[in-house]
Design a binder for this molecule. Sequence first.
Ligand code: CTP
Length: 389
Amino acid sequence: MAAYRAADIARELMRAGHTVRVVMTHAATRLISPDTFAALTGNPVVVDVFDEPVPGQIAHIRLAQAADLVLIAPATAHTIARLAIGLADDMLTTLALATRAPILIAPAMNPAMWTHPAVQAHVQTLRARGVEFIDPTYGLMACGDEGWGKIADTPVIVQAVQQRLQRSRDLAGVRVLVTAGPTYEPIDPVRFVGNRSSGKMGYAVAEAALAHGAEVVLITGPTQLSPPAGARVVRVQTAQQMFEAVQAEFEACDVLIATAAVADYRPERTLPLKRKRTARSWTLRLVPNPDIVGTMAQRKGERIVVGFAAETDKALAHAQAKLRQKNLDLIAVNDVLEPGSGFEVDTNRLTLLYADGRIEPLPQMSKRECAEHLIRAVAQLLQAKRAQA
Ligand code: CTP
């Protein structure tokens, strides 16, 4: 039954002004004919990986690149599993891997299947990767069972698509500067003072800002990560270099998001040669580094400046103080001693503190989802600021 609803959804999306291209799995063609969708959308339907509606063009790459959004409706447990593990064994899953567009999934299956831990684990995996779900509703299924598993109503799906497309444009024309990763402060040519920041949070923030249509400059300390496609990347080692890079880019930016774990101190002098081991103790004198976000925010003008606070005790009180002292619009605080929060792990639990006193505690989620929440908060702050101006 849900397969028929796909035709309904395609029609409503076209009514809303979208161009709809349909890709079907082989299983779906047993329930509804590709000709139905071809007639409905006025476009050829692709089923097989080797289908080439336009000779010479590789269909899955062309469709993947042309799409502003990929909606998988209805999605079976099997397709959700294939997407979660990254299989590319048919046109749909190949396209889902090849696209950089946001993916929305509207599942439809028997209630026992939807609530099965295996399915839910795949849903979690996909959510953590930024895929969004339009949750199934409660109802009577074709098999006679009643429960959660019925594909969401067409207007709900169409609205989810519209909202997701809207979100991918709400930072269009906005220039976002992100600092990320640790800084390394050299002691001698082989040693440094640094910290355990992996850069994951900052890279996720840059990626989320890009997904909202922003122009992104990512100023990053040393990390093992590959930067998100589309960001302009400036690589630095030390706090001083990061400070200089931020100063060079600040004028042209609308938003600064400082996620970097900047080393607060650096060795007073860097030894030109490797220091040799001796039996005596050694005192290393450290001097303070500039407070990058604090300095920039003093002359922020109309810009939105966002900081992070990694705390180990009295997290909220310390973050409140930083918000005020550094003249920030928003600070995202996490307790790095809490399991699943902080360095190297893929999850985080943030609380957002706003300059106007609002406090927004977020549940524990992937750093990617945290970044998405943060970017939505920034988009709202920008909107409010522009409405005031
Ligand atoms: N920050 C910065 N430059 C520094 C230190 C921190 O720009 N030299 C930024 C971080 O990127 C973060 C915010 O300031 O957005 C708070 O960083 P944090 O290390 O928590 O604060 P500190 O001011 O260093 O205070 P403390 O280490 O004493 O907690």
